[in-house]
Design a protein around this ligand. Structure first.
Ligand SMILES: [Zn+2]
Length: 85
């Protein structure tokens, strides 16, 4: 019986450790994304949220704004969405 209890406690601690670590990693990633955005070298794909290099060839110009995309699929989706509204 005691063995089971120890096993459960150990499992719980391990779970806490893994989840805590994951939360921290996610925060680090958020921070990194923010830095990337502020540096101006990378721009966010407005469709899927992926960061793409500001010299990406897949782009759409709309007025003064240039949107860049990670793939032609995203670009097409963006254009389609614009046409629907
Ligand atoms: Zn995309």
């Amino acid at each position: 019986m005691l063995k089971i209890l120890i096993f459960l406690v150990a499992g719980f601690l391990l779970y806490k450790m893994i989840m805590g670590d994951r939360g921290k990693k996610l925060a680090d990633q958020k921070e990194k994304e923010k830095e990337v955005e502020e540096s101006g070298e990378m721009v966010k794909d407005p469709v899927c949220g992926t960061y793409v290099s500001s010299d990406s060839g897949i782009r759409v110009k709309e007025g003064n704004q240039i949107y860049r995309f990670c793939s032609y699929e995203c670009r097409d989706k963006f254009i389609q969405d614009r046409q629907n509204t």
